[in-house]
Write a protein that binds this ligand. Structure first.
Ligand code: GDP
Ligand code: IMO
Ligand code: MG
Length: 431
């Protein structure tokens, strides 16, 4: 029975939340395996709109067990705020499982995130300020706090002391901030520990057992391929593995159990925060895409930078994730354009690149080489089969498939749950 991984194939906000929700009633478990409350997923069900950050989007599907696995960094205060918000709206959140091995974001991680960004000045990353990077840095530095530590106050205090040892020197002597007291952080974290306790589980074991029973597990990536700390546009990335491999290390389910990997792509491209973006538009067309696509961040409200579809990136995403299917979203946003350019390769200082340049400087210098496709005028939001689409929209999708090196299995034609065209079944056994 399938284990399905779903990841962003661009720089985030491709519509992963909607794609996960789409599969919701056919899966038994939905797992968030990386990132934290830096994510922002919008799901529109009928007239109801939900914004999810830390919780997997699958939490909205009745009967699904949502899981926050070991690869995630958890801000406990935010977790309960988000849960309470859903409970108020009548969503059943009682099945949520949280890994004992997930790392915990403390107040000092948020503080360090903000002061380092300020300190970096024009070299800043443009982080979400949620403490994500510093929490992962502590994990790698082996001074992190894990969910299991919350249930032993003595150990917790010792670990916080260890984590604050260097940080306080840095905060006081370099950043000119006040030192953080150990007890202050202990109190902050213990506030919600008892409420968390019943949700804590060996999620790796639970997921493997679910697969043994023949149940379906969906791994929902936060962020995206180009924001992955190994495969993205480093250093302008997030601090986790947002690519398909992250689903394995971030959950404790082995790679041989994964059947398919779905990449979600927008019919154009957006990016939030700093960093290179070859097809970015600085003219009226960029402003048009931003307005037509409602491109404002769900987490920070920042305007998203907009540009045309970049097939060099989607080919790269197909390769590093081993994509089996693409979900192409927001095709409706391109309706009404005379011509739609798509980037097929880059020109880097006079040299053509068909694949992602491996060095940072070359990528910064990459100029898109465009192919212009014919646009369409008809409203496509009511199309429910591929054949319902205007012929030029069909050609656009077919061309993206060719140049991206992966079949398109579903097409988003509007934000709502039902505004989707299904082409191939997204839940399938390994080919
Ligand atoms: P995520 O972070 O990948 O889950 O994506 P976000 O929720 O941050 O951003 C995607 C936005 O596009 C949300 O506002 C969705 O409601 C919206 N959306 C998703 N699919 C479609 C689509 O096919 N058409 C349109 N117009 N909007 C869509
Ligand atoms: P979803 O899951 C878009 C970006 C930030 C910043 C960089 C590092 O909604 O697609 P961080 O706070 O993670 O250390 O910031 O990564 N970023 C996202 N951009 N969508 C996201 O999530 C993002 N999560 C982080 O803007 O450039
Ligand atoms: Mg988002």
């Amino acid at each position: 029975m399938p284990a399905v991984v779903l990841v962003g194939a661009q720089w985030g906000d491709e519509g992963k939340g909607k794609a996960t929700d789409l599969l919701g009633d056919r899966v038994d478990y939905v797992v968030k395996f990386n990132g934290g409350n830096n994510a922002g997923h919008t799901v529109v069900i009928g007239d109801e709109k939900y914004a999810l950050h830390l919780l997997p989007s699958g939490i909205l599907s009745p009967g699904v067990t949502p899981v926050i696995s070991n690869g995630v960094v958890v801000d406990i205060e935010v977790l309960f705020e988000e849960l309470d918000g859903l409970i108020e709206r009548g969503v059943d959140v009682s099945r949520l499982l949280v890994s004992q091995g997930a790392h915990v974001i403390a107040g000092y991680h948020r503080t360090v995130d903000k002061v380092t960004e300020r300190f970096l000045g024009k070299r800043r990353i443009g982080t979400t300020g949620r403490g994500i990077g510093p929490a992962y840095a502590d994990k790698i530095n082996r001074v992190g706090l894990r969910v299991a530590d919350l249930f032993d106050e003595k150990i917790l205090a010792e670990k916080i002391e260890g984590a604050l040892d260097q940080k306080n020197h840095l905060l006081v002597k370099v950043y000119n901030r006040r030192a953080i007291e150990v007890q202050e952080t202990v109190d902050e974290l213990l506030q919600h520990a008892e409420r968390l306790r019943p949700m804590v589980a060996d999620t790796g074991l639970a997921l493997n057992q679910a697969l043994d029973r023949g149940e379906t597990v969906l791994f929902e990536g936060g962020q995206a391929t180009m924001l992955d700390v190994d495969h993205g546009t480093y250093p302008f990335v997030t601090s986790s593995n947002a690519t398909a491999g992250g689903a394995v290390t971030g959950s404790g389910v082995g790679p041989t159990r994964v059947d398919s990997v779905i990449g979600v792509v927008k019919a154009y491209t957006t990016r939030v925060g700093e960093g290179p973006f070859p097809t970015e538009l600085f003219d009226d067309m960029g402003a048009y895409l931003q307005k037509a696509g409602g491109e404002f961040g769900v987490t920070t409200g920042r305007a998203r930078r907009c540009g045309w579809y970049d097939a060099v990136i989607s080919r790269y995403a197909a390769r590093v994730n081993g994509l089996t299917d693409l979900v192409l979203t927001k095709l409706d946003v391109l309706t009404g354009l005379e011509k739609v350019p798509v980037c097929v390769a880059y020109d880097v200082d006079g040299e053509r690149y068909d694949e992602m340049p491996i060095d940072q400087t070359a990528f910064h210098h990459a100029k898109p080489i465009y192919e212009e496709l014919d646009g369409w005028w008809e409203d496509i939001s009511r199309c429910r089969t591929f054949e319902d689409l205007p012929v030029n929209a069909q050609r656009y999708v077919r061309r993206l498939e060719e140049i991206s090196g992966c079949r398109v299995s579903a097409i988003g034609v509007g934000p709502r749950r039902d505004e989707i065209i299904g082409i191939h079944d997204l839940i399938h056994a390994r080919a």
